[in-house]
Design a protein around this ligand. Structure first.
Ligand SMILES: C[S@@+](CC[C@H](N)C(=O)[O-])C[C@H]1O[C@@H](n2cnc3c(N)ncnc32)[C@H](O)[C@@H]1O
Length: 421
């Protein structure tokens, strides 16, 4: 493995960039720009020159630095954008799960898994070019941090299975869905429904596919353990603009109640009602630790129907509205209206896409990647603060967007809305 320090890497990069820049200036060519692209001496078909050699050197060094500084989880995600996808068979064929902690020869691993040696070698060698496994001597592979995490963590494997078997194929069919109807807001006319040859939306179809639904649920559960999705980002800004101590929170589409549990851990005086589909609610009831029972109750409720809990202080929508196009998100919000008392809060815990030039493009890219996944899954969307505000106004002019709080290391923002009715 490379053993250069960060400073040594930076020095190499600086030295190569200086060489390249001087060489371009000496030969009278401009520096590369996104507007004009590469000057001729740096194009792929240019003859071998010192400038071209410096460019290739820089690309390699920068890629390695980027990989080195990337969280091992994301290291795996980057491979999802590569069509070769060796990490997919590596998970499916049991290589990830059975890779020995101390490393292995290709021959031993292949024979243990009853797989062709040549195939195991090809898959591992490809993954090693993404720093997932490392070939320490010919034919002998050892773990990297990324492959070790993949070996040890079932939730992470499920998460990548959803990425590779649900998200990626669905996004490949987004274009076909858009050709049929570029403005469709219907959850059953999206890339995922074309890919799965179904007229049902994702949520309805999964209800008939317990294995896939379970993989989805495990993947989501694992995602919620990632620091960027931690519940503490939400609870630390609680009580979301209200000074009252005894608050009733309705956790709309609250799943099995994990967020409500985190809320109670943070503020023991709060009372939560978790609403979801009957089968989710009964799983939540069965798995609720006794200490929460006095303060968390469950209720079967379809969030498109009128909200049955009237006069609560807060209605929480965590990772709900981004699953729906504006047409349906508005219906979900409007279903709350008959229950709202003056000053009640609606708290939306979802991504807020950064406004123009508000964040580095890599931060914006992450949110916009998710926007494309939502488009592929349900014709749904992520939203900017302006789009959240417009959505609320379209739902009912009496909703006031009071505050958008973006906890610094959180993927999700807290959009606080006050009912002025
Ligand atoms: C992405 S999960 C979010 C769960 C939870 N709020 C969280 O943050 O962990 C979406 C939830 O919405 C629920 N859901 C989907 N459609 C629903 C509906 N029509 N009525 C009630 N719940 C629904 C799903 O069962 C799922 O639990």
């Amino acid at each position: 493995m490379e053993t250069l320090t960060l400073k040594e890497r930076a020095a190499h990069i600086s030295e190569a960039a200086n060489r390249l820049s001087d060489e371009l200036a000496r030969t009278g060519f401009p520096e590369p720009s996104f507007e004009l692209g590469l000057p001729p001496p740096l194009s792929n078909d240019a003859p071998e020159t010192p400038a071209l050699r410096s460019k290739l050197e820089l690309l390699q060094m920068v890629d390695e630095l980027r990989s080195l500084l990337t969280d091992p989880t994301l290291q795996l995600t980057s491979q999802m954008r590569n069509p070769a996808l060796s990490v997919h068979p590596i998970i499916r064929l049991g290589i990830a799960e059975n890779f020995p902690p101390e490393g292995t020869t290709v021959q031993d691993l292949a024979s243990k898994l009853h797989l062709p040696e040549s195939l195991v070698g090809r898959l591992l060698s490809h993954s090693a070019t993404y720093h997932i496994y490392h070939e320490s001597s010919p034919g002998y592979f050892v773990h990297t941090a990324a492959s070790r995490a993949l070996s040890e963590n079932d939730g992470m494997r499920q998460y990548h299975m959803v990425g590779l078997e649900e998200t990626l194929p669905a996004t490949c069919k987004t274009a076909s869905a858009l050709v049929q109807d570029p403005l469709s807001e219907e959850p059953e006319s999206c890339g995922w429904s074309i890919q799965n040859d179904t007229e049902l939306s994702l949520f309805k179809a999964l209800a008939n596919m317990p294995d896939r639904a379970n993989t989805f649920a495990e993947a989501m559960r694992w995602q919620s353990t990632l620091p960027g999705f931690s519940h503490h980002h939400l609870t630390e800004v609680f009580p979301w603009g209200s000074s009252e101590q005894q608050l009733t929170v309705v956790d709309v589409g609250g799943g099995v109640g994990q967020v409500s549990q985190a809320l109670l851990d943070h503020s023991p005086d709060v009372k939560c009602i978790v609403q979801d589909y009957p089968e989710v609610v009964s799983r939540g009831q069965d798995s609720l630790p006794a200490k929460y029972k006095p303060r968390i109750t469950f209720q079967s409720h379809d969030f498109f129907k009128e909200q049955p809990i009237k006069g609560a202080d807060i209605y929480l929508l965590r990772m709900i509205l981004h699953d729906w196009s504006d047409k349906y998100a508005i219906k979900i919000i409007q279903a709350l209206v008959p229950a709202l008392k003056p000053g009640a809060k609606v708290v939306i815990n979802d991504r807020v896409i950064p406004a123009w030039h508000q964040a580095h493009y890599l931060v914006e890219r992450e949110a916009r990647d998710s926007d494309m996944y939502m488009l592929a899954f349900q014709n749904a969307r992520e939203r900017t603060a302006q789009e959240w505000s417009a959505l609320l106004k379209r739902a009912d002019g009496r909703f006031q967007l009071t505050r958008v709080h973006q906890p610094p290391r959180s993927v999700l923002a807290v959009v606080e809305v006050t009912w002025d009715g």
